[in-house]
Every structure is written in structure tokens, then in C-alpha cells.
Design a protein around this ligand. Structure first.
Ligand code: ZN
Length: 377
């Protein structure tokens, strides 16, 4: 981090230069002074834009199996469709206003294409597939491919990824084809129920999945890890939530996967909303894991503000410095998107956006209750 720096930006938002000689500066036309930290645009690595209308629709603290059940009921009742996309469009504007420059967005439909096409935010859409009934596997796969074509024809970055390592029949799992130099995003170890099901084949989550399909057979955990390993040979992998990731799982992942290509995405407010717990952030930091941050959808988050994720992280991990969490929110995330040359840092000629973080405790490099992001450019 540079102190007393001058960031020179062209009329079109392109970075011209970044220098640290502000104390010796000469008179410069249109020079603005700001107190706080100036950073490139933020990157939200986990959002479900199409679920914005579900804010407050699902009670807090009901655990992952309860949340999945509520979500399935809302989807099948048509509530989501009836609510329309006004809240999604509003959320897009709120995110941009607070300085979010790029979003890795999970979608189950093509409904957000028009919003994304006209947005000032760069979206990479992950078309999510899940399904426990083997009979549905072909339909789910071909529908995802059709949606992918719609996004691609609209000039939007997109890919297909399973929702998680559970909720995936063996037949659907067999259909997953890996693309090189791509991006994958998977909800991972979001609750103890998921861990119990994946590792031991038992528990409440398994019961719920087997209720949905008597024919459901879960792919072996070993095969799933091999599949993740194959992803990281040539692509980047974002593991979302990691709430129940312990030392044993970190070792399993790092011993099998290409760890440079694995990104651990924290969604702290969502974890508190659903499970009332947070991931072991110290474990991830000490393991040298690549960390990024997402807000998750408004179905599991009562705030639309990215800064609230950072405040929550710092409240429970008092040794986290602002610089470290800003690195997770900018340059780490840009690397995960494969866009380091365009986003997440002040590279000359790039247009990463310019954001001011104000009202911070600069002496201790900590956020305060009043800290907030404000887009400058
Ligand atoms: Zn999610």
C-alpha cells in the first residue's frame, strides 16, 4: 500500500499512473484530495442476482437442510417468478454504487441476461446444475447448455458448474465435461450436515436428498475429489462457504488439488444467517489459502453492503488488517476471475474502477462501525 499517493486517471476511467510522491507534488489541475484508502473496484465472488426478491423470505438460523427445503418450496410455488426482477435490477445499481466492479454470479435461469447486458458491472455467470433424480440428468444438462448458449450469444462470460458436491446424481456427475482455462464455482462444506453426508453418507441432508429421489446414489467422495483435482489441472476453482472446512479437509484438498488454482470464498453474513457460524479463517490464512469474499444472495443476507461482510470478518478475527481483507476483495478475486490485467489493481491502461474506503482507523488499520465504500469513478 502506498501512502500519500497520487492516482492519475484519464477521462475515460483508464489508469494513467500511480505515484507516491504526493508530498512533493506540484499544482495539478483537477487534483482531488481524499482521506482514507483509495482502492480499485471491489469484486463480489458470490452472488445470486436472480434471487434478490427473496430478501427476508426465509427465516434465519434454520440450518442448511431447512434452508434448502424452504428454497425448493419457494421455487416450486412460483414465488420467485411472480416477484419479478425489479429487486435484481435495484441490487445491480446498489452494488455498482458502492464500488463493486465485477461479480461472479450464480444463475439457474436466463432471467438476468438483460440486466447484465446493460450493467456497468462485469458479470461472470455460473450456470448452476443440481438434481438427485437420475431420470432428470439429461434434461438438466441440456437445459444448462442451452442457457450457456444464450449467455454467450449475449456477449456475457458464463460457464456451467454443479451447485455443490451433494445434490448431484451419479448420472448427472458423469455428464460434467471439463473445459480448460475456465472457471468453476462450487458451494462447499457449508454445514456439518453436508460434511457428514459427503464423508460418511449419513445425516439429515442425506435424508432430505433421498426423500426427493429413492433412486438417488451419491457419487463417491473420492471420485468427487478426483474431479476437483482434474478441474485445477487447467482451470480455476472457487470453493464457496467453507464453513466446516477443518485441517483434515484443507490437507485433503492441498494434497490432491493444484492449490494455486483453488480459491476459498468466504460469505460470512450468509453463514451467520443460515448456520449461525463462521469458517475457521485463521486455519485458511495459516494454510496460505487464496481467500476471496462474496455476499451470497439476499435470500440469506439481510444487507446489500459489501462492507458489512468485512466488518463481520474483522469483528470475529481482530488480527485481520484492512489491507489483507481488501487484497481478498480486489486482487485475489481478479486472479480468480483470470482478469488480473484488467481488474483488482491499478495497472496502467486498465479500467478497474476507483473506490474510496473512508472512516477507518488508519493508526491501527482497522475498520470502524462507520467505515464505508464510496465509488469515485
Ligand atoms: Zn450461493
Amino acid at each position: 500500500m502506498l501512502q500519500n499517493a497520487i492516482l492519475e486517471v484519464g477521462d475515460d476511467g483508464r489508469i494513467v499512473s500511480l505515484t507516491s510522491d504526493a508530498l512533493n507534488t506540484r499544482e495539478v489541475n483537477s487534483l482531488q484530495m481524499h482521506s482514507g484508502i483509495i482502492l480499485p473496484g471491489l469484486i463480489n465472488m458470490h452472488q445470486h442476482l436472480e434471487l434478490a426478491a427473496l430478501q427476508g423470505a426465509i427465516p434465519q438460523g434454520i440450518g442448511l437442510p431447512g434452508f434448502i427445503k424452504e428454497m425448493a418450496d419457494l421455487r416450486s410455488s412460483g414465488t420467485l417468478h411472480d416477484a419479478g426482477l425489479e429487486k435484481s435490477r435495484a441490487l445491480d445499481a446498489i452494488m455498482y454504487g458502492q464500488g463493486i466492479q465485477a461479480v461472479l454470479d450464480i444463475s439457474n435461469t436466463v432471467d438476468t441476461i438483460e440486466i447484465k447486458k446493460t450493467s456497468q458491472i462485469y458479470y461472470h455467470t455460473m450456470l448452476e446444475i443440481f438434481g438427485v433424480r437420475p431420470v432428470d440428468a439429461s434434461t438438466i444438462w441440456s437445459s444448462a447448455q442451452q442457457m450457456l448458449t444464450c449467455f454467450s450469444q449475449s456477449g456475457l462470460a458464463a460457464g456451467i458448474s454443479p451447485h455443490s458436491l451433494y445434490a448431484l446424481s451419479q448420472l448427472l456427475f458423469n455428464k460434467l465435461q471439463l473445459k480448460p482455462e475456465a472457471l468453476y464455482s462450487i458451494h462447499f462444506m457449508e454445514s456439518m450436515h453436508e460434511k457428514e453426508w459427503l464423508q460418511e453418507g449419513s445425516g439429515e441432508l442425506g435424508t432430505l436428498l433421498q426423500e426427493k429421489s429413492k433412486m438417488f446414489s451419491q457419487p463417491k467422495f473420492h471420485d468427487l475429489i478426483s474431479w476437483l483435482r482434474d478441474i485445477t489441472k487447467a482451470s480455476r476453482l472457487v470453493m464457496v462457504h467453507n464453513t466446516c472446512v477443518d485441517r483434515e479437509i484443507v490437507e485433503l484438498l492441498f494434497n490432491n488439488l493444484n492449490r494455486q488454482e483453488v480459491y476459498f470464498c468466504l460469505c460470512p453474513q450468509s453463514n451467520m444467517y443460515i448456520e449461525n457460524t463462521l469458517p475457521d479463517i485463521e486455519l485458511l490464512r495459516k494454510s496460505g489459502a487464496n481467500i476471496v469474499i462474496g455476499t451470497d444472495s439476499l435470500a440469506s443476507n439481510s444487507s446489500t453492503y459489501f462492507i458489512d461482510e468485512l466488518k463481520l470478518l474483522q469483528r470475529f478475527n481482530s488480527n485481520l488488517s484492512v489491507v489483507e481483507i481488501l487484497t481478498w476483495s480486489t486482487s485475489n478475486a481478479a486472479r480468480a476471475l483470470g482478469l488480473s490485467h484488467l481488474l483488482g489493481s491499478f495497472v496502467p491502461n486498465s479500467k478497474p474502477g476507483v473506490v474510496l474506503l473512508e472512516n477507518i482507523n488508519l493508526a491501527e488499520m482497522k475498520l470502524t462501525n462507520e467505515s464505508r465504500f464510496r465509488r469515485l469513478l
